[in-house]
Write a protein that binds this ligand. Structure first.
Ligand SMILES: [Zn+2]
Length: 429
């Protein structure tokens, strides 16, 4: 079941500004929440959104308060949390204010360096992952607002402003540079992406390693605070101690479950495919049905990869055939030497009609990758295979709930469209 576009936008963070905790805290949603702590001595900002939405969050903030920004904290170094700073810096220069302190974890600095090194790659990759969201295209890390206060290792960092205590806790979870903020006098946790109101984005198909077990531990440490308000990195505030406790415990339980079960199966000498399918069979209903664990962005399936990848190399089938594999189109050509394209296409149609979409895709790829020759007959067959593949991918995307998976599938279908057009042109000539 797909959730509506509007609900998805809300969960991503496109929500109206909210003031809470006796008027001391504000949440300004964009793609990436901006948390604001308002004190008599100025503002503390927790995350500053994605670059193209910087002007939007700045305008929203200035409708609420005109106090100067004293601190900016990065919950982690992702593009949707630290890059919307330009209008804030402009204002500081205009008004002749002092630059705020920028607080981040030492691994955030390494992350910014990595982003600069891989600038074009990340632009390309994020364009794919977020292809269905318009207005957040610009993700370059060429310009960063660099940290002035650096938190090292796992050491807690505490400071005071305007009579309020701000405690910062470094963690690993979605990233290795995560920080969450605790306001003991106001019972508020700003969690960054350690809390996202849906299944944690662990095991993202495009991204580097993430840490399910550490993630669970971070949430357990948040639980100890018995907070009244929990502000996620995206989406709406979670209110009331009982609800906050419930959300934190079920999410940490889910992370522990995936971690411990995959580890158990690895210890039983199983390879990835077996582990993956066994994990699908044992996914508990209480997680599957929980409103805060829905596969809206990432999904349970991806998290299985995360754990396996954490402890295992790339040889994951246990089949020596896969150690030095031939090119997949060479393999497909050999299949077509044994059997005709027509038989593969007919069989793919049969599987499609039976609703076996994934198997149909594997069979169609034999034709798409292996077909040889440029005769009219071959062009017709290839065109048929492409068209059927697009149809299957669209059908798959319709029933997919994960934002990332849906974008991957739809992108795949869209890249075939120019090829279909080209083949049609060839047939006309
Ligand atoms: Zn985020």
């Amino acid at each position: 079941m797909r959730i509506s576009g509007e609900k998805l936008r809300r969960m991503m963070g496109f929500i109206p500004p909210t003031t809470f905790a006796d008027g001391v805290c504000h949440l300004i949603g964009a793609f990436g929440n901006m948390g604001v702590v308002e004190t008599d001595e100025g503002l503390v900002i927790f995350d500053i959104a994605v670059k193209p939405l910087g002007p939007k969050i700045f305008r929203e903030l200035r409708k609420i308060t005109d106090k100067p920004v004293k601190y900016i904290i990065y919950s982690h170094g992702h593009f949707d949390h630290c890059f919307g700073f330009a209008p804030f810096v402009e204002e500081i220069k205009e008004k002749g204010w002092e630059m705020p302190e920028i607080i981040a974890h030492e691994n955030c600095i390494k992350r910014f360096k990595k982003y600069k090194m891989l600038d074009k790659y990340h632009a390309w990759l994020n364009k794919q992952q977020f292809s269905s969201i318009k207005g957040i295209e610009e993700v370059s890390a060429k310009e960063t607002l660099d940290p002035t206060i650096i938190i090292r290792g796992s050491e807690k960092y505490t400071f005071k402003l305007g009579g309020l205590t701000l405690e910062l806790y470094p963690e690993w979870g979605e990233t290795d540079d995560a920080i969450w903020l605790w306001l003991p006098e106001k019972n508020v946790i700003f969690a960054g992406d350690l809390m996202v109101s849906h299944f944690p984005n662990v095991g993202n198909p495009y991204k580097v390693q993430r840490y399910p077990r550490h993630w669970a531990l971070a949430l357990e440490r948040m639980l100890e605070k018995n907070a009244e308000y929990l502000v996620p990195g995206h989406g709406e505030i979670i209110y009331f101690k009982k609800k906050v406790r419930d959300v934190l415990s079920v999410t940490s339980e889910a992370m522990n479950f995936v971690h411990d079960e995959v580890v158990k199966k690895m210890n039983e000498g199983k390879w990835f495919e077996q582990i993956f399918h066994e994990m699908l069979d044992i996914f508990p209903d209480k997680f599957k049905k929980h409103e805060y664990l829905q596969p809206i962005y990432g999904c349970y399936e991806f998290s299985i990869h995360a754990v396996y990848r954490l402890y295992h190399g790339w040889y994951n089938t246990g089949n020596p055939t896969d150690l030095f594999p031939a090119k997949s189109d060479e393999i497909a050509k050999e299949f077509l030497n044994i059997n005709s394209e027509v038989k593969y296409i007919d069989h793919a149609k049969l599987l499609f009609n039976e609703g076996k979409l994934q198997l149909a895709l594997h069979i169609l790829d034999v034709v798409i990758k292996g077909i040889k020759g440029t005769s009219l007959d071959k062009i017709k067959l290839l065109l048929e295979a492409y068209k059927l593949k697009v149809k299957i991918l669209k059908r798959k995307a319709e029933s997919e709930t994960s934002f990332i998976a849906t974008n991957i599938i739809n992108n795949g279908a869209n890249t075939l469209k120019p090829k279909i057009k080209e083949l049609k042109e060839k047939l006309k000539n």
